[in-house]
Design a protein around this ligand. Structure first.
Ligand SMILES: C[S@@+](CC[C@H](N)C(=O)[O-])C[C@H]1O[C@@H](n2cnc3c(N)ncnc32)[C@H](O)[C@@H]1O
Length: 360
């Protein structure tokens, strides 16, 4: 789908519609679950028919089967479990016709109309539909962000914050900021929260970028016809996108964990590659006004989960070639709820960080 607004070349990210010529194995209430799991194990697709809940039942049965197959809690085995579940569950399909799921008692998912306006009859995998369904709930219900007056309505496939300590750090910093407020660049604008905070504290203009087309399309849609669409300008692209002008402030809430070849780590909102920070600082050097500031939000997540010993901002500062430290603030992250199933004991030592850098 092409986006109707200014950046006509942006192609939206969405699950690819599937079509099959041959007949598929199907699963309904009366089908034997183990036979269906065997079909999936042989690499064949299975179509869920009848009720939506049949698909949920099948995926639950698949999970139980794989848990028995991978009973140990160690990292390798849990990873093997996740990879196999991902592979097999994506063979489970569901049909869409005229922007609705064909099965009975199915949730209404508005993305089917919005993202596939011209496709009538196709299939998606059940996990993709689950993703579209929860994203639709976030989008229509909105998400309360404690530092913002209005809810945000995150677009399909766009990162949005679910914890807010780092945003509180940024809010406190903005409250006390006494520099000029003509313009800022918001690298990796996502759902727009940092730009909205900039507006809240009187910045006249924010130039946002994101390499994820959905972030740009979603924000353009949500700001359409409002004053914000004039104050927050967007560019789709890597790091600074098309913005070349110097500004007095550059803000970046980058991914917090280093990437690897692991397919668990493909999400560019969460995982950074080894070039991201050096390129960011190199480009930021050109775009920061002489008295300007760079604000980076970060966390010790990579270090406390033992994924890396390196801290990319400390590394930049230790080089002493481009930038020096102006201020540094930290805030502990609240302990995760004890109800969560995942092993998150490390959360107790998680600290979010706000780094303020200036030209050397
Ligand atoms: C952690 S999210 C932060 C989003 C938003 N600024 C916030 O604070 O909620 C990081 C964002 O940066 C974007 N991003 C990651 N790498 C990027 C790059 N090289 N160039 C532009 N944007 C990037 C991601 O798509 C994502 O939207």
């Amino acid at each position: 789908m092409k986006n109707e607004s200014k950046d006509v070349s942006i192609e939206i990210n969405k699950p690819k519609p599937l079509k099959f010529e041959s007949e598929l194995a199907y699963f309904n209430r009366t089908t034997d679950i183990q036979t269906t799991i065997d079909t999936l194990l042989s690499g064949e697709h299975v179509l869920v028919v009848g009720f939506y809940s049949n698909g949920l039942d099948l995926l639950n049965a698949l999970q139980s089967y794989l848990r028995k197959k991978h009973p140990n809690q160690d990292f390798q085995e849990q990873r093997a479990f996740r990879l196999e579940y991902r592979k097999l569950s994506n063979l489970v399909l569901i049909a869409i016709d005229k922007h609705k799921l064909v099965v009975k008692k199915a949730p209404l998912i508005g993305w089917l109309q919005k993202l596939y306006p011209d496709s009538d009859d196709f299939l998606l995998s059940f996990p993709q539909i689950q993703g579209l369904n929860s994203a639709w709930q976030w989008y229509i219900n909105g998400v309360i962000i404690p530092v913002l007056r209005n809810k945000i309505h995150p677009y399909y496939g766009v990162y949005f914050p679910t914890r807010f300590e780092h945003l509180q750090l940024f809010d406190n910093w903005l409250k006390r900021y006494e520099g000029p407020k003509k313009s800022a660049i918001d690298v990796g604008v996502g759902s727009g929260v940092l730009s909205f905070q900039l507006m809240k504290y009187g910045f006249q203009k924010s130039f946002g970028t994101d390499m994820n087309p959905n972030a740009i399309i979603g924000l353009q849609e949500s700001m359409k016809g409002t004053k914000l669409s004039v104050k927050i300008e967007l560019s789709h692209g890597h790091l600074f996108g098309k913005w070349e002008k110097q500004t007095e402030l550059i803000v970046f809430n980058p991914p917090w964990l280093p990437t690897s070849n692991d397919i668990d780590r493909l999400d560019e909102a969460i995982y950074y590659n080894d070039k991201l920070f050096s390129e960011f600082f190199q480009e930021a050097k050109k775009r920061l006004l002489p008295d300007g500031r760079i604000v980076l939000l970060f966390s010790n997540l990579g270090q406390i989960t033992n994924v890396t010993k390196e801290h990319p901002i400390e590394k930049e500062l230790s080089d002493q070639t481009r930038f020096v430290l102006d201020r540094h603030f930290k805030k502990s992250v609240k302990k995760a709820s004890t109800k969560t199933k995942r092993n998150q004991h490390w959360r107790s030592s998680e600290v979010v960080e706000l780094w303020v850098l200036k030209h050397k």
